[in-house]
Design a protein around this ligand. Structure first.
Ligand code: GAP
Length: 510
């Protein structure tokens, strides 16, 4: 299946089963804004819990906070967001559509890349098993010509963007003869910088003085509370402050489902360290974070690090954990060594000292910071897309199964009476009344057992517990495993232990 088709299928599956709905759909939706439905909210909460427990509960030197979305406007002056949190945008004069100039160029590059892939496919067809892809890519003249084109475009794009040479970006779009994907027109405006922060006005006062912003990252709420937490929590460097919360960015091109949204959620942690020790901790957090991902068993091949070559002015090392989404490898999480930039900026703009007295070396300093920052919605998409599978069964039928890691699954078990009579529903309810205190369970008595199993497979429920006539005689039930589809007969008294051993987060955290 084509990767894009795969994304379309996942989007429609997510809607059909109550994971993700387009926001305000009855009014035809709002672009790039989504609502999490009844199952989506459960999955999202479980991802949050996994992150929070592993960062906060498992580290006695990390604490969590929940800061406000609105912050004093000077915060965003100090952080650099007012002046530099920009994307280059361009409008097409005919279609009136607005684009991110760098995205237009990247899409053009992607088309050249697809030409290379087609050439490779042709080679594979021609040479069959004897085909050596590496050698073909290194020698085929068409592939080489297109690869050189890509490098030249990328170099020019990087150079112009780095220098903020907006005319240069415009010239590149014109030289590449890039047309508006909607109208096919090449009638472009100049390229302008567009600030990504949403602003609004505080109270009833209007005008520049009352302008405040919806936070574009949760990190600044941590920085401004650095001393509050350090003092009240008696924290000793190295220590971390974690936070989960909404962030808002007026993305020009918001697309690819919940991958790039205008309202999204971040899970961020700032780790404050002694100056000079930051690169050691940067490596440490890269390691911890990739292991956090790999514990979920979504497939080792789905992850790779992308180390930044060009660093932001405040960073001295940065790397992304990229995930193989249905659209290809893209950023899932960032790990950044942010030096003392943010705290120093807040010292300067607030006039308040944000320093730590280190009793071990008898020195005052502004700590350096390692940040780990992951988008909750992107993590949700990573789990959903890698769990979504269509399986061919022995009897020629098909099933769609979400093999969501057990600990993250919205429901842990479905309790089903075989029929709606003979006291079976009452018995099933009794079992549910015991299990529901520790596990999110669903009661399901409608349709044939086969249909009910398919329904639970499609929403990723790890266990289906069937109450049948034998249950009434010996207090046993069958328990069906989502992944193997095998059924075992077990005592009701053992159910809690069996489910707990598979769905508990403890094994992920160890
Ligand atoms: N405090 C650092 C920071 O915000 P970032 O790379 O801009 O860094 C961190 O964002 C993470 O937030 C990204 O790795 C991504 O997972 C998520 N993210 C950023 N923009 C997003 C958007 N428009 N929609 C969904 N997630 C987004």
């Amino acid at each position: 299946m084509q990767k894009e088709d795969n994304l379309k299928e996942i989007i429609s599956h997510a809607k059909e089963y109550g994971f993700v709905f387009p926001s305000s759909e009855i009014y035809d939706g709002l672009s790039a804004t989504y609502d999490y439905g009844q199952l989506g909210a459960e999955l999202k909460n479980n991802i949050k819990t996994y992150w929070w427990k592993s960062m906060v509960q498992m580290h006695d030197n990390i604490v969590g906070i929940d800061s406000a979305i609105f912050m004093h406007p000077t915060t965003w002056k100090a952080s650099g967001h007012v002046d530099a949190f920009n994307d280059p945008l361009i409008d097409n004069k005919d279609s009136k559509k607005r684009y991110r100039a760098d995205v237009l160029i990247e899409d053009h590059i992607e088309k050249i890349r697809q030409k290379i892939d087609k050439e490779v496919e042709k080679g594979l067809k021609r040479f069959g098993e004897a085909f050596n892809e590496e050698e073909f890519r290194a020698t085929n003249p068409n592939v080489l010509r297109n690869a050189t084109k890509i490098t030249e475009i990328e170099d020019r794009m990087r150079e112009t963007l780095e220098k903020e040479d907006l005319e240069g970006v415009y010239n590149l779009i014109v030289d590449l003869e890039i047309a508006c994907p909607l109208s096919g027109s090449k009638n472009w405006t100049e390229v302008r910088q567009f600030n990504l922060m949403f602003s609004t006005e505080l109270g009833s006062v209007s005008g520049e003085s009352a302008k405040i912003y919806l936070r574009p990252e949760t990190a600044q709420g941590i920085f401004v509370n650095f001393l509050n937490v350090q003092k009240t929590g008696r924290m000793k460097v190295p220590f971390g402050i974690a936070q989960i919360g909404k962030a808002f960015r007026n993305e020009i091109v918001a697309r690819q489902f919940i991958f790039r949204m205008r309202e999204f959620e971040q899970m961020e942690m700032q780790f404050f360290v002694r100056p000079g020790e930051e690169l050691k901790w940067y490596e440490y957090w890269k390691d911890v974070r990739i292991n956090w991902h790999k514990k979920l068993n979504l497939g080792e091949q789905n992850y790779r690090f992308h180390d930044h070559i060009k660093l932001a002015h405040y960073a001295n090392a940065a790397s992304d954990i990229e995930f193989d989404f249905p659209m290809g490898f893209k950023e899932l999480e960032g790990i950044h060594s942010r030096t003392d930039f943010d705290l120093k900026q807040h010292e300067e703009f607030s006039g308040k000292k944000l320093q730590y007295f280190d009793p071990e070396i008898n020195e005052n300093y502004v700590p350096f910071v390692i940040e780990t920052s992951i988008g909750l919605d992107r993590m949700f998409l990573a789990v959903l897309s890698s769990s979504y599978k269509t399986e061919q069964l022995e009897n020629d039928s098909e099933r769609v199964v979400l093999s969501i890691p057990h600990a993250l699954a919205p429901y842990k078990a479905a309790i089903m009476p075989l029929t709606k009579k003979d006291g079976l529903p009452e018995k099933a309810r009794e079992i549910m009344d015991v299990l529901k205190y520790d596990f999110n369970c669903q009661y399901d008595e409608k349709d044939s057992p086969g249909k009910r199993y398919r329904r639970q497979d499609a929403i990723g429920t790890p266990f289906c517990i069937m109450v049948d006539h034998q249950t009434m005689e010996d207090d046993t039930v069958t328990i069906r495993d989502r992944d193997t589809m095998e059924q075992d007969r077990v005592a009701i008294a053992d159910l809690h232990r069996i489910i707990d051993s598979k769905v508990s987060m403890t094994s992920l955290l160890k």
